[in-house]
Design a protein around this ligand. Structure first.
Ligand code: NAD
Ligand code: ZN
Length: 374
């Protein structure tokens, strides 16, 4: 079992990663000093596969285990209704501040269960047991919790670090292929922002990852967790600028999502297109070599993620959405742009005209040919 430390002084914790490690979860929770009642929060489908194993691991260590398996399997789970359902379940079963909560599932379960833990009786400990590739490489680490409002996603949230993250790559076996593919966008992002060697490993092995080869997934989850742990350790609450690098591909990406019909574009596809846009903009500004842009494009295509923005996504709506982006500070648009594979920087004062041209070009790219002379 691999152990990665998220170093945040008294809020530090380990991310444990391995294959078939769920039976060890109870022992690990004992080791970090938690005792008493545990509520496992999950959804019916995930419960069917993994609740038994997780409960058994805890019971064998003497924990009193309860479960709340009613969260819907979609984004609507992050609602006030479900949040209050969790609170009521905690109360009904006599939970207090000596108890803790376990989020068993993807980023949706993690966000809402983490939010419940951060607010129930002014905060109780929680543990992440992420079961999607996205949650294992991204959302389970860093302590961001959230629920949605009808007005928009993640509008209510807290920073509440988990006490432990326990990632068993074995759980990825049941994950649909499209979820693997969408998480690959975030994984490529880590290579782009931090680590050229890791990017090279992806160039060599991305097809094995798509086939859910657990050996290669294990090494990718570990490297991504290390990078996220380092970034979060240096900028826990996104106040020092470092955590902003994780937004690579996301300023454009969010705008593409918002401009797609009924928010129909999956987040992973939007991030892939967002990285394409950021890469192209950086090339046009002369800060990123075209040959690196090509390497990024080739890898995104190998992952079967899109490199061309569909015409159904209207340019005017994308621009409107970018204008409202939360990273727009005092009227200046800021983008995380690559300078080479493995390194990015935050650039502001980019003209709206350059942004518009970038998006237009992203709709024109012919996926089969070299985009650098287009
Ligand atoms: N807190 C953060 O820092 C952070 C970061 C990124 C994203 N997020 C949030 O994460 C959410 C997306 O997370 P996600 O991509 O994990 O999606 P998700 O949680 O919706 O999971 C995707 C689907 O896979 C199913 N599933 C989960 N584990 C499975 C398994 N092992 N086998 C089979 N099916 C399984 C789920 O039921 C769901 O239907 C969004 O709400 C986003 O806002 C949070
Ligand atoms: Zn993302």
């Amino acid at each position: 079992m691999k152990r990665i430390r998220v170093a945040l002084k008294e809020r530090s914790y380990d991310v444990c990663i391995g294959k078939n490690i769920l039976p060890l979860l109870g022992k690990e929770i004992r080791r970090i000093g938690l005792s008493g009642k545990a509520l496992i929060v999950t959804s019916p489908k995930i419960a069917g596969w993994y609740l038994g194993r997780v409960s058994k691991a805890l019971r064998s260590e003497g924990f009193e285990v309860f479960s709340f398996s009613k969260l819907p399997s979609d984004e609507f789970a992050k609602s006030q209704k479900n949040l209050f359902g969790i609170y009521r379940h905690l109360l009904k079963n006599g939970f207090d501040r000596s108890s803790f909560l376990i989020a068993l599932g993807g980023g949706v379960v993690g966000d809402v269960a983490g939010f419940a833990a951060s607010t129930f009786m002014r905060g109780i400990p929680w543990i992440g047991v992420p079961t999607t590739l996205l949650a294992q490489v991204d959302s389970s680490i860093g302590g961001k919790t959230a629920i949605d409002l009808p007005d928009g996603k993640n509008l209510i949230g807290t920073f509440h670090q988990p006490r432990l993250v326990f990632s068993d790559v074995e759980t990825l076996k049941t994950l649909p292929d499209r979820e693997i593919k969408h998480a690959l966008a975030e994984i490529i992002k880590y290579g782009m922002i931090w680590d050229e060697n890791f990017f090279r490993l992806l160039e060599k092995n991305i097809l094995r990852m798509k086939r859910k080869d657990l050996k290669i997934l294990l090494s990718a989850v570990s490297r991504c967790a290390e990078i996220k742990a380092r970034v979060v350790g240096g900028d826990e609450r996104e106040t020092k600028g470092l955590r902003a690098v994780l937004n690579y591909g996301h300023t454009f990406g969010h705008a593409f999502e918002a401009a797609s019909r009924g928010w129909s574009m999956p987040h992973g596809e939007a991030v892939a297109l967002g990285m394409m846009a950021a890469g192209r903009l950086a090339c046009e500004l002369g800060v990123f070599p075209w040959r690196d842009y090509e390497r990024q494009r080739t890898l995104i295509q190998k992952a079967a993620l899109p490199v061309r923005l569909p015409r159904s996504v209207k340019l005017s709506r994308v621009l409107e959405s970018i204008r409202y982006d939360k990273k727009k500070i005092k009227g200046v648009l800021r983008f995380v742009l690559p300078v080479k594979i493995g390194k990015v920087k935050v650039v502001s004062a980019i003209s709206a005209e350059k942004v518009r041209k970038t998006i237009e070009q992203l709709q024109e790219i012919n996926a089969g040919s070299c985009a650098c002379h287009g």
